[in-house]
Write a protein that binds this ligand. Structure first.
Ligand code: TRP
Length: 333
């Protein structure tokens, strides 16, 4: 039996942090061996916020380098840059003819953007779901590993695909569904005592894979804690639980149990715990950081990966586009 096709877009926002690593990336690394995977860096999408050309180029390269450093294998999957596959843009145009302004205006992501950035309501924002549908349908994927926040976009994808199928009385596009691969993932908290690790949660909240040991030490030592437990076996406040959760993913079992025990017996000193946590994070990220540095300096290899990825993506995309063109009535004379 042939493998099911998976498509996922990666935001081109630069440095990855530990939360990304233990989330999407770990899943992608397993998935690439089980499915026919297309992963792409969504640089067309990023134009809605008008990045400057040098920044755009640098962040796309950084994201590609970091995914490769983490273990995305260009021979096991197809990893490419979205703008290297203009077939996506053509399918976007074709699908756009049957995407209605009214329905696009009802998208919650669009409404939020309008509210937050009323001075930049460009057409690309409105048609963002059409471009995302094109990304998925260009490879006729049936599975898309995205979270809840993208569910409405997937619904648009199904709507546009089905509409095309009905209009041209053909089953060109399958229905893509959200893919909950590895639901038992640990949610990685940030260092600010609050919610999950995130780039936009403020300076110092996230530990990036490319952070140097000195930066990691500084960030971890500044992590939010408190003055310590006042009774034995006390339930942990959020900020403290966060430190333990981080320790769980980067430290050994013995280390974790050691600090659990100190906590439960009220002998814990958070300074010591953070020192240990920082050293374990440094050990954990060191091989990734080394690979990131080596790959960043190897432009020839990065060029090869990107062009091979584009070529592999084109094999599947050109079939879809020529089918779509034929169905529409664009036929050669
Ligand atoms: N919208 C997705 C995000 O914000 C990125 C994305 C673009 C995507 N095209 C896609 C994800 C296609 C899955 C499939 O994260």
């Amino acid at each position: 039996m042939s493998k099911e096709t998976v498509v996922s877009g990666i935001r081109s926002t630069g440095n990855l942090h530990l939360g990304n690593y233990f989330g999407a990336i770990k899943n992608f690394i397993k998935m690439q061996h089980e499915y026919n995977c297309y992963f792409f860096i969504a640089d067309y999408h990023s134009l809605t916020t008008h990045p400057n050309p040098a920044d755009l180029h640098a962040t796309v390269k950084q994201v590609l380098v970091e995914y490769l450093a983490c273990g995305i294998d260009p021979d096991a999957c197809t990893i490419y840059i979205q703008s290297d596959l203009p077939e996506t843009a053509e399918l976007f145009l074709l699908l756009g003819m049957n995407a209605y302004v009214g329905e696009l205006e009802r998208s919650t992501t669009f409404k939020e953007k309008v509210r937050k950035h009323p001075d930049n309501v460009n057409a690309g924002l409105l048609t963002y779901p059409v471009l995302m549908a094109a990304d998925i349908l260009i490879h006729r994927a049936s599975k898309v590993p995205v979270g809840k926040d993208q569910e409405q976009h997937l619904e648009f994808t199904r709507t546009f695909g089905n509409r095309f199928n009905r209009m041209y009385k053909h089953d060109l596009f399958p229905e893509a569904v959200a893919f909950n691969y590895g639901t038992s993932l640990v949610k990685i908290p940030g260092l600010d005592g609050g919610g999950k690790m995130g780039k936009s949660e403020g300076e110092g909240n996230a530990v990036f894979l490319s952070d140097s040991p000195e930066v990691i030490r500084k960030k971890v030592m500044r992590a939010v804690s408190d003055s310590g437990p006042t009774i034995e076996n006390q339930p942990k406040p959020e900020a403290i639980q966060n430190l333990f959760t981080l320790m769980e993913v980067v430290s050994s079992k013995e280390t974790l149990l050691h600090f659990e025990d100190l906590y439960n017996t009220m002998k814990i000193r958070y300074g010591d715990m953070k020192k240990q946590l920082a050293e374990d994070m440094i050990l954990f990220t060191a091989p990734l950081r080394e690979k990131i540095l080596a790959l960043s300096a190897d432009d020839k290899y990065i060029h090869k990966v990107a062009s091979q990825g584009a070529e592999k993506a084109r094999e599947s995309a050109s079939k879809t586009i020529s089918e779509a063109r034929k169905l529409i009535g664009f036929r050669s004379f």
